[in-house]
Design a protein around this ligand. Sequence first.
Ligand code: UD1
Length: 350
Amino acid sequence: MKLVSIVGARPQFIKAAALSRKLREAHREILVHTGQHYDYEMSGIFFDGLEIPPPDVNLGVGSGPHGSQTGAMLRGIEELMLRERPDWLLIYGDTNSTLAGALAASKLSVPIAHVEAGLRSFNRSMPEEINRVVADHLSNLLLCPSDTAVGNLAAEGISDGVHLVGDVMRDVLDWARPRAETTSPKILDRLGVTANSYILATVHRSENTDDLTKLSSILRALSTLDEPVVFPVHPRARRVIIGSNLRLASHVRAIDPLGYLDMVALTASARLVLTDSGGLQKEAYWLGVPCVTLRNETEWVETVDTGWNILVGSNAEKIIEAVHTFAPPSSRPALYGDGCAATKCVDLLG
Ligand code: UD1
């Protein structure tokens, strides 16, 4: 079989790490990078650190407003598929790269497999929610990480081609964890923090970064906390912070975005994670680290139901209170599969 896989943004490189390895054992994969993320620390560092094969094609689309970014990808992906005529198009998650891949393939009647299908925040003001809904409705094979995702699709009338496979991010974490343990002391030393005595914070969602009131409220909370905060800053947030002269207290270590192994090491040793990232909510859960989520809803509802994740939005007082008082229970049931999701996906594609 010949497959075209589309990646473009940071979380997709991580997911592709699980699948590309397995796919290439039996099939021909053409890995297409749309170029949505292009800085080394947002892109290349993941290909190097996760041993992902280099992209066969880079469309070099770069940043831009949603319409023009997605449009440029659509054109590039369509041209490639007209040339290659693949048996499947493989898309991941919910980014503009996912949407462009789904639109291009569906118009050419190329079957689409969607990894991480069925997630919903039920908040249509998020670009990711629009991307997911459209991608799912155009997909032929819907590879779901949870029962909730399967149920969400059923509620929208989608049941053909739906499979519960678990989360490929769990596969990647299992691969990375022993490797991260050897790098862990180095990154903690470099940042001058010790295990279980710091908070790991990330903010990148447009709902938080593009609204100055929300971003300054989140940063005020970080600056008010009384323990060290490690804050790898996404370029979107960095741009807004620099442009608006927002200031951080000295216990907040604002650093460049990190590679995957360093991030796993930092998450595993954190006392608590403070984030608006979907991937980090799950990684915190799997690693047994309490998570305070800077959103009002989550697609990963099971992490909240089990008591390991709490949703606080961007209100500074709520964030500070949760950081001081949030205490998950002792039990932590297995969620999102067994670390073999990629094998299941490849079997279903075959
Ligand atoms: C995208 C995804 C989001 C995902 C996130 C992971 C969409 C709609 N959103 O958001 O779901 O969680 O990636 O990071 O697809 N930039 C750089 N260098 C880069 C990449 C981006 O400087 O390598 C800056 C640019 O100024 C750009 C901004 O970040 O305008 C936003 O990048 P973009 O790819 O549009 O969205 P993300 O916020 O990263």
